[in-house]
Design a binder for this molecule. Structure first.
Ligand SMILES: [Zn+2]
Length: 108
């Protein structure tokens, strides 16, 4: 047994079989609802961990706050658009960085 054997447990690994699960861009956007993904290798469903979603939500808020601070003196419309975009992008990036998949029955 080498370290290579354990390499299957990566952040986006299926909690059932260890295969990497492909996640769509949308699955990683900040959301309060549970996001279920299906593993292509074993067909089991898993969910994006609560800690991942919370981290993404916080990052989204920070991103949108920064965007507002940068654009608030320009125009209201630009400010709103920038804050929404920044929260989505920051939330998505944070979710990728902190990604973990849990079995769906696991409580957050
Ligand atoms: Zn699997």
């Amino acid at each position: 047994m080498t370290d290579q054997d354990l390499a299957g447990i990566t952040r986006d690994s299926c909690p059932f079989c260890g295969e990497r699960v492909k996640l769509s861009f949308w699955a990683l956007l900040p959301s309060k609802a549970k996001t279920l993904v299906t593993c292509r290798a074993c067909g089991q469903r898993s969910q994006i961990a609560g800690s991942t979603r919370i981290g993404a939500g916080v990052a989204g808020m920070i991103g949108s706050g920064i965007a507002v601070a940068l654009t608030v003196r320009t125009s209201v419309k630009l400010c709103v658009v920038a804050s929404i975009l920044a929260s989505l992008v920051a939330g998505h990036l944070a979710a990728r960085l902190m990604l973990r998949l849990d079995p769906p029955e696991l409580a957050d």
